[in-house]
Design a binder for this molecule. Structure first.
Ligand code: CDP
Length: 222
């Protein structure tokens, strides 16, 4: 049997990794794996178990036992206690806490083991921060997405509110993203062999097309 093919898409918050990874996976007939969703699911589970926060690593890992990855369309998504919890894991409370949980080494090991076991079995497009460096260093294609802070804030608000943010809302969102970028900086480093794509002035369709071209040139079947 041939080795499964892996594409990694890393980059800072709201750089467009998740939606791009999903579309690339759909176009190539691969599975999308969102590693950030696993950190978010662990955080949501910890919040359910102890809403006040202040958990240690053991408490997060114990709570995260309710998290199971399930294939849905082109994606593997985390279920919490057997149910989808997309709004909960993308909500403000989880977003404000997730970077603290993502600092815990055994939580990182827990996420990495799940991503690697999916990549052992399937052709995957995995998005995150350290996928090309730490999690799947032998991936066939590695991409690191960048976009300037103002554009990332604008896109995140459009996604969340379904409309353009006001100037004040964009500035507030830029502050939130900068805070998360600082907390996530250690693990958000491009692999030396990654293709860096600045998407500030690029359409989503264009970035998807470029990654598909990279994958085809690297021998990914579709
Ligand atoms: O979508 P967004 O860029 O807002 O973030 P995400 O991909 O959903 O990831 C949520 C959080 O998980 C990040 O802020 C990081 O703290 C953490 N994360 C990480 O540390 N390493 C990864 N490979 C993926 C996510």
């Amino acid at each position: 049997m041939r080795q499964p093919f892996a594409i990694t898409i890393d980059g800072p918050a709201a750089s467009g990794k998740t939606s791009t990874a999903f579309q690339v996976a759909e176009a190539l007939g691969f599975h999308h794996v969102d590693s950030g969703a696993l950190y978010r699911a662990a955080t949501a589970a910890a919040l359910r178990a102890q809403p006040g926060g202040g958990w240690d690593e053991n408490a997060v890992l114990a709570a995260a036992e309710i998290v199971v990855m399930q294939a849905r369309k082109a994606s593997f998504t985390p279920l919490l206690g057997g149910k989808e919890a997309e709004d909960e894991i993308r909500g403000d409370t989880v977003t404000a806490q997730v970077s603290v949980v993502a600092k815990m080494p055994r939580v990182r090991d827990w996420v990495n083991a799940q991503v690697r076991s999916l990549a052992d079995l399937h052709d995957v497009v995995v998005d995150g921060r350290d996928i090309g460096t730490i999690v799947l260093p032998n991936a066939g294609v590695k991409v690191f997405l960048l976009a300037d802070g103002h554009e990332r804030a604008r896109r995140r608000l459009l996604q969340r509110l379904g409309r353009q943010g006001t100037t004040a809302e964009v500035e507030e969102e830029m502050g939130r993203l900068a805070k998360r970028d600082a907390l996530d900086a250690v693990q958000t480093v491009p692999a030396p062999d990654a293709t860096i794509m600045d998407t500030t002035d690029m359409s989503q369709a264009e970035q998807v097309r470029q990654i598909i071209d990279l994958a085809r040139s690297a021998g990914a079947a579709s």
